[in-house]
Design a protein. Structure first.
Length: 258
């Protein structure tokens, strides 16, 4: 079997050429020669005849490679800039209601409210993927600090590592994680920050029930964000006011209500 690349042509000095969808088959007294065109497309106008001094017919089979728009790779480099975190939302807000609120300021691709996998209750935060970066920026500008159901919501761009993490991960916390209404989201964590380090840092500002750094599934690699639960709203507020934009392991962290 002989392959024909898009940069070459093959002269067939005999006749009896059979044309099929995926290849040419050349039949003669000699063994059959079959020429396949993997990942190539061709048309009848690619077959040409030419006269020679010997007055024999030669067929030129020229393969032309075509590119399909569907085969082009998807650029995901801007995904992290299109995904926004919305915190401190009322528990009765679901995906559809959140979509209606957000789409007043930009085109929504997907909205997902995060629920506790044990209680089924909303964890008061969500992630929304916008159609464009401009839509995401508009939502942050228009909605951050506004009220929904009497609660002041926090709207920010999520951290880039979230692009590589399934949002369902946020529901799959360890069973020993102590949940609480007084919980904060901590973003832009350095890869070296562990759950224990996070707990130690926030314990200086109040009574911490638990702290957890989210991990990429199946690995010990940090996803770049975590959650800290407190025993009271006062402690949570104190942590936000004193630790937001502070340095932890050389990076400025973002602390919001979860």
């Amino acid at each position: 079997m002989t392959s024909l690349s898009s940069s070459s042509s093959l002269i067939l000095s005999q006749q009896n050429l059979i044309f099929s969808k995926t290849h040419f088959t050349f039949q003669s007294r000699q063994p059959i020669l079959q020429i396949r065109f993997p990942k190539l497309s061709y048309s009848l106008h690619n077959l040409k005849t030419a006269s020679t001094e010997e007055s024999t017919t030669r067929l030129f089979a020229v393969a032309e490679e075509t590119t399909s728009s569907s085969s082009s790779s998807v650029d995901t480099s801007s995904e992290f800039a299109r995904r926004v975190y919305i915190g401190n939302i009322p528990r009765n807000i679901d995906n559809d209601e959140l979509t209606k609120i957000v789409q007043e300021h930009g085109a929504v691709e997907k909205a997902e409210v995060i629920y506790d996998k044990y209680t089924g209750r909303s964890r008061r935060f969500a992630f929304v993927m916008m159609k464009t970066v401009e839509d995401a920026n508009a939502v942050i500008e228009k909605l951050n600090g506004t009220e929904i159901g009497g609660r002041e919501i926090k709207v920010n761009i999520t951290e880039k590592p979230l692009v590589q993490v399934d949002l369902s991960l946020l529901q799959a916390e360890d069973s020993n994680f102590v949940d609480s209404p007084y919980k904060v989201y901590v973003g832009n964590l350095a890869k070296t920050v562990t759950s224990e380090m996070l707990k130690k840092c926030f314990s200086e500002k109040g009574q911490v029930l638990n702290a957890k750094v989210s991990r990429v599934p199946g690995t010990s690699k940090s996803s770049g964000f975590g959650f800290v639960t407190f025993s009271s709203e006062e402690d949570a507020e104190a942590a936000i006011s004193s630790l937001n934009n502070s340095l932890l392991e050389g990076q400025r962290i973002r602390v919001n209500k979860a």
